[in-house]
Design a protein around this ligand. Structure first.
Ligand code: BTN
Length: 319
């Protein structure tokens, strides 16, 4: 953890310490403490420095600041690196670039806005400035290639856990990657994987969560099918807190035994048991969504009674 993250954590947990006490506790210099306090104030932090009463952190803005995210988690559970961009084409592209340059497991890439945010099946992903959490996480799990699809399930669970931890909402998951509130899409996941010698070499898990959009912030075609945390439960949480918990929960779900992950996902799933129509490799398949296997495939029972695995694609709930 960086001295900056330690300092922010110290300010939260021990209000009223002097600058000297803060520097000593964070194993850094008073100059660094004073410089960071000035920088954070300029970014909108409300920090009170009282000559005899020490330093008090009164409010933190809804900005994406690496040390803020790291400071919200226990030291051994914080991401190894967090990169924040004001604007980029897609955080998934940046995470992939970092992956190829050797970045560590757990790297987080965030952007205030994406010019070419993308969703599954080549669809665009609307990434309005400051209104959502546009986040990519680099994972290097030591998993067989056949389990790669489970990463999307783990990410959907992490998003469901994190949003429910911060907001009084109830989320469901539509296979494979949509997190829904009241039947509307709150978040989506785009997992991009690379393989080497039959093993998963790394994956970039791209997560888009709608946070503070009002209805008219969505393009007209999405207004009846999308929602945001602000629309589902006011007020919206701070995106730094959301990012920290998503990361922590994703790390936990990736470490969970496969059967535990699958059982938790099935509990949250809105698809199983429904009549569904799937479009898969140009074929239309209709039947009952029966289960999900370890590869993340949806097994659909068709009229003949056999189970057809859908590895990727799009489904429509018919009932
Ligand atoms: C979907 O539901 O189709 C998936 C949407 C994934 C969007 C996220 S936002 C962060 C990351 N960067 C992207 O370009 N896409 C993902």
């Amino acid at each position: 953890m960086t001295p900056e993250a330690r300092l922010l954590r110290r300010l939260r947990d021990h209000p009223g310490q002097s600058v000297d006490q803060l520097a000593a506790a964070c194993r850094t210099s008073t100059d660094l403490v004073l410089a960071r306090l000035a920088e954070w104030r300029s970014l909108g932090f409300d920090i009170l420095e009282h000559p005899s009463g020490g330093v008090h952190l009164l409010a933190v803005p809804d900005r994406l600041i690496p040390e803020d995210i790291a400071s919200l988690l226990p030291e051994d559970q914080a991401p190894p690196r967090v990169l924040v961009f004001q604007s980029t084409a897609s955080t998934n592209d940046l995470a992939e670039r970092e992956a190829l340059a050797g970045a560590p497991h757990g790297l987080v890439v965030l952007a205030e806005t994406q010019e070419e945010g993308r969703g599954r099946l080549g669809r665009p992903w609307h990434s309005a400035p400051g209104l959502g959490l546009w986040m990519s996480i680099l994972l290097r799990p030591v998993w067989p290639a056949s389990r790669a699809g489970s990463l999307t399930l783990a990410a959907a669970l992490a998003v469901a856990d994190a949003t429910e931890a911060l907001c009084p909402i109830h989320t469901r998951i539509k296979w494979p990657n949509d997190v829904l509130v009241d039947g509307r899409k709150l978040a989506g996941i785009l997992t991009e994987t690379r393989f080497q010698d039959g093993r998963l070499s790394h994956a970039v898990v791209g997560i888009g969560i709608n946070v503070s959009q009002g209805t008219t912030d969505f393009p007209p075609e999405l207004r009846t099918i999308a929602t945001s945390l602000a629309l589902a439960s006011t007020p919206a949480p701070r995106r730094a807190e959301l990012a920290a918990i998503v990361w922590q929960r994703l790390a936990a779900w990736c470490a969970a035994p496969p059967d535990v992950l699958l059982a938790a996902w099935r509990d949250r799933c809105d698809t199983l048991g429904r009549q569904v129509r799937a479009r898969c490799a140009g074929r239309l398949i209709e039947g009952t969504a029966h289960s999900v296997d370890e590869s993340g495939s949806l097994l659909v029972r068709i009229e003949s009674g056999s189970l057809v695995p859908i590895l990727a694609g799009d489904i429509v709930h018919l009932t």
